[in-house]
Design a protein around this ligand. Structure first.
Ligand SMILES: Cc1ncc(COP(=O)(O)O)c(C=O)c1O
Length: 399
């Protein structure tokens, strides 16, 4: 008798049983075949990569840049990234020893968490949050400690952080993501300084995912690395700022001694990212430093429209100050289980949103609505949601 694959599955990494495939991708696949559905589920810009960036990639291919780049990335891109971050956010990294070009911010999240965490280690994670950190922490056998921020308008307060640290004094790392996916909330300078003050004397890493830093609608973005340069592993990239999600280029920065360790995992998992995509990203971060401004103007108009229109329909949310999401409370009288609500809305109103439960504790009862979609699609979605809400109200009255 030969061994079958079902038997072999039992022999795989135990941690895999602790993680589920992404709810977001599963839900997207589930509703994809509903005819004419408007999807406000996407976590990526609906713009094209700027022409000068594409041209740089074409030139790179024509110049036969088809070989392995240095593992940590080309010096051209590392230098452009360090200059970009210094100019925009006043954080300073040596391109030669403190910058790694990763396979998207995702690659950086994996490299950073696997470099820090041993099995059984605790990692503090404010929720609702982009679920990747939770899955990767669990893959490493670590224990996510959730800090539910839903009672505080989705802002992690210094008090909550302090209390969690007191309860979990051995925590290895805290994850921050701002502007936030899924809430659009971000931290102003004073808020950030107060969080930094809590962390400053603790032997804890700060994994700060600032991938939406170019998409802030109020004050300019401030990086926590400005306050905690020694402790921070900073993640950024071109996916959101330059509409380059498919190019898979992220930027990870940390002090030299930490970067040397991060480079080991990066080297043995990725080797190096695609050479011509790096040439494109170098162009984006040097000659396209302000490329995000045009997109940002458009996102802002959409945010203002959607925020008001949904609010008028009873979907209340904190006004997002960054990224391209609204995180709205499902109004009373509609299904409060966010997955059940999203299924019903998809089938009855042909609008797809992401259930808040996908983003960890504090997300249930909410939906994430992406405005990385055309204004015409947003208007159609609002009309359909309006009709759906009205039909539910009529049904309730009739009962
Ligand atoms: C907060 C956050 N971090 C990281 C990523 C992934 O970025 P990348 O495509 O550069 O891997 C996303 C994508 O949606 C995100 O929302």
């Amino acid at each position: 008798m030969s061994i079958d694959s079902e038997t072999l599955v039992q022999h795989m990494n135990n941690q895999l049983s602790a993680i589920q495939p992404s709810d977001i991708l599963a839900f997207n696949a589930e509703i994809a075949n509903i005819p004419g559905i408007v999807r406000l589920t996407l976590g990526e810009p609906d713009f094209n990569t700027p022409e000068h960036v594409k041209d740089a990639a074409i030139k790179s291919i024509q110049n036969n840049e088809s070989h392995y780049a240095p593992s940590n990335g080309t010096m051209a891109l590392r230098t452009a990234a360090a200059h970009f971050l210094a100019t925009k956010y006043n954080v300073h990294y040596d391109p030669a020893s403190e910058v790694i070009v990763t396979a998207g911010a995702t690659g950086g999240i994996y490299t950073a968490l696997s470099s820090i965490l041993n099995p059984g280690d605790e990692v503090l994670i404010p929720t609702p949050i982009f679920p990747l950190y939770i899955a990767i922490a669990k893959l490493n056998g670590a224990i996510p400690v959730f800090m539910d921020t839903s009672k505080n308008d989705f802002v992690l307060s210094p008090e909550q952080l302090k209390q969690t640290l007191a309860d979990h004094p051995k925590a290895k790392a805290v994850v921050l993501n701002f502007p936030s996916n899924p809430t659009g909330v971000t931290y102003r300078r004073d808020d950030l300084k107060a969080l930094a003050d809590v962390l400053a004397d603790k032997p804890i890493f700060v994994l700060s995912d600032e991938i939406y830093s170019e998409l802030t609608y109020g004050d300019a973005h401030v990086s926590i690395a400005e306050y905690l340069p020694e402790q921070t592993i900073l993640l950024n990239g071109v996916s959101k700022s330059h509409a380059m999600t498919g190019w898979r280029i992220g930027i990870m920065c940390a002090p030299k001694a930490i970067t040397a360790q991060l480079g080991k995992i990066h080297q043995f998992t990725v080797t190096t990212t695609t050479a011509n995509a790096q040439a494109a990203a170098a162009e984006a971060l040097s000659n396209g430093m302000d490329d995000a401004q045009v997109m940002k103007k458009e996102y802002m108009a959409r945010r203002d429209y959607l925020y008001k229109a949904l609010n008028d329909l009873g979907f209340k949310s904190a006004k997002p100050e960054g990224a391209f999401y609204l995180f709205s409370k499902i109004p009373a009288g509609l299904p409060q289980d966010s997955m059940a609500f999203c299924r019903e809305l998809a089938h009855e109103a042909r609008v797809a949103l992401i259930p808040g439960s996908s983003f960890g504790p504090g997300g249930e009862g909410y939906v994430r609505i992406s405005y990385a979609a055309s204004m015409a699609n947003l208007e159609t979605a609002v009309k359909r949601i309006g009709d759906y809400v009205a039909s539910k109200a009529t049904q309730t009255e009739a009962n």
